[in-house]
Design a protein around this ligand. Structure first.
Ligand SMILES: Nc1nc2c(ncn2[C@@H]2O[C@H](COP(=O)(O)OP(=O)(O)OP(=O)(O)O)[C@@H](O)[C@H]2O)c(=O)[nH]1
Length: 456
């Protein structure tokens, strides 16, 4: 590993970031829960407050208003009573209604302002006094009617002055009681309206708290989703995607350069990728070396017989399909055995390499020079007819002949080559084609060597 600092495990990186994310998430959730709890407590307190004060006072105000109506209705019957019995009954009903009204008032008192309470209490007392007075007047009216021996409620014109005065007083008092009831009723209506307003305000506040709770819940959901997505991206970026890159690099046999970080490896996975890249590079070099060994001649470094026949098959096929010319030169060094015999095998090798170099320098890039065996070479010439092949053969022959060979120990020698030339026939096989070039070499040897002979 070429890292200048220790490579960390990717899991450790993920763990560290997960911890950071989780702490953040926990803090957010705790804060949101605290906020929700505070809102809930506040909403409950408001509901309790509503139930404790406003609601009972509102209900009591409604009850008070109903009771006031009942007392009023019963009190209105006092001036109409025609006998003591009837008066007694009406008075009992008025007292019962008054008792209910007082109960309602006492129940509503805690929800009233001190001024309201005082004012209502005073009006109630006034009603009580007026009702007592109305009862006294009715008693006197009924008693007087009994003394005079006439009906207690007959027309005013036939009644005594005293009864007329009494009846008028009763009517005035009845109006007064009506007025007092109206005052009381309007006061209670104001109190009830105020209670209703408070109720509405409380309801609005509670609704707002609930809306805020909903918003907080939605925000919490969105935040949690965002954090979870961030966590997935973290695992994906630091582990899954990089494992996939590693797997793909192994399958393809190469690591894309952009996958390797420029600086020292960030973690184990980075280091593995760097090692894999180096390993794959070494393997590629070795494969290239093996390929070279398998296809080239170690002495001359030119193509060997095997790669010659591979290329030959391909070129024969191509020439036949596209009806293009294909020629071959078979080159054999003349009297090579005496060089070995005179200067030694190493000198022979040197001469072989030198001749190969001269031939290689003469052929084109698209041609193939191969060592056919011993001191024999073949040049494969695609897109070359017999005339051009013969011309190239002649050029090779002369260049070899002109080259002075160093055979060692300061000694020199000159070698020549005999060249057989053949051009592929229409349906000729690759072997037959090379065979004809070989036969042409023999003929060149027969002609005295150092010449080019073309196959018919
Ligand atoms: N130094 C060296 N000699 C080789 C190598 N391969 C074959 N030879 C020699 O090449 C010589 C070929 O000799 P011959 O076949 O008699 O041919 P020649 O002496 O060249 O005679 P002609 O071909 O008739 O002109 C033999 O002595 C082989 O030992 C090699 O790789 N290195």
């Amino acid at each position: 590993m070429s890292a200048s600092r220790p490579a960390q495990a990717p899991v450790a990186t993920i763990r560290r970031r997960f911890l950071r994310f989780s702490s953040l998430l926990t803090a957010i959730i705790v804060a949101l829960l605290a906020a929700l709890l505070a809102l809930q407590v506040s909403a409950q307190r408001q509901v309790r407050e509503l139930e404790r004060t406003v609601l009972p006072s509102w209900r009591a105000a409604l009850q008070l208003s109903a009771d006031v109506r009942t007392v009023n209705v019963q009190a209105a019957r006092l001036p109409l009573a025609l006998s003591e019995g009837e008066l007694y009954t009406v008075r009992s009903l008025v007292d019962a209604a008054k008792a209910l009204l007082l109960d309602s008032f006492e129940a509503s008192a805690p929800g009233l302002s001190p001024t309201d309470e005082q004012s209502l209490r005073r009006t109630l007392e006034e009603i009580g006094t007026a009702v007592d007075l109305a009862t006294d007047l009715a008693v006197r009216r009924i008693g007087l009617a009994a003394q005079e021996g006439s009906a207690p409620g007959v027309g005013e014109q036939v009644l005594s002055l005293e009864r007329r005065v009494l009846l008028r007083q009763e009517r005035d008092l009845s109006r007064r009681i009506d007025d007092l009831h109206l005052t009381l009723a309007s006061h209670i209506a104001i109190v009830a309206a105020d209670n209703e307003r408070q109720l509405d305000e409380q309801r609005t506040r509670i609704t707002r708290l609930r809306e805020l709770q909903t918003v907080l819940l939605v925000v919490a959901g969105v935040l949690m989703a965002a954090v979870m997505f961030a966590q997935f991206r973290l695992v994906d970026r630091h582990l899954l995607r990089r494992l996939e890159n590693l797997r793909r690099s192994m399958a393809e046999g190469m690591v894309a350069p952009q996958l390797i970080s420029r600086g020292p490896p960030r973690d184990e996975l980075d280091a593995m990728l760097v090692e894999l890249a180096a390993l794959l590079e070494r393997l590629a070099d070795q494969a290239q070396e093996l390929q070279k060994l398998a296809t080239s001649d170690p002495l001359t470094t030119q193509a060997n017989r095997r790669s010659l026949f591979e290329r030959l098959a391909h070129e024969v096929e191509r020439a036949r399909r596209y009806r293009r010319p294909l020629s071959a030169l078979m080159i054999d060094i003349d009297h090579f055995k005496p060089i070995n015999d005179t200067w030694g095998h190493a000198a022979g090798d040197r001469v072989l390499r030198s001749v190969a170099d001269v031939l290689a320098a003469t052929v084109r890039q698209s041609d193939l020079l191969a060592r056919y065996g011993g001191e024999e070479f073949v040049v494969l010439l695609p897109e070359t007819d017999a005339v051009d092949a013969s011309r190239l053969g002649e050029l090779m022959r002369s260049r070899v002949a002109e080259t002075v060979q160093q055979v060692g120990g300061g000694h020199t020698a000159q070698v020549t080559v005999s060249i057989g030339c053949a051009t592929l026939r229409g349906d000729e096989s690759a072997d037959a084609f090379i065979e004809r070039a070989d036969e042409a070499v023999y003929r060149a040897k027969g002609r005295g060597r150092n010449c080019v002979e073309c196959a018919p």
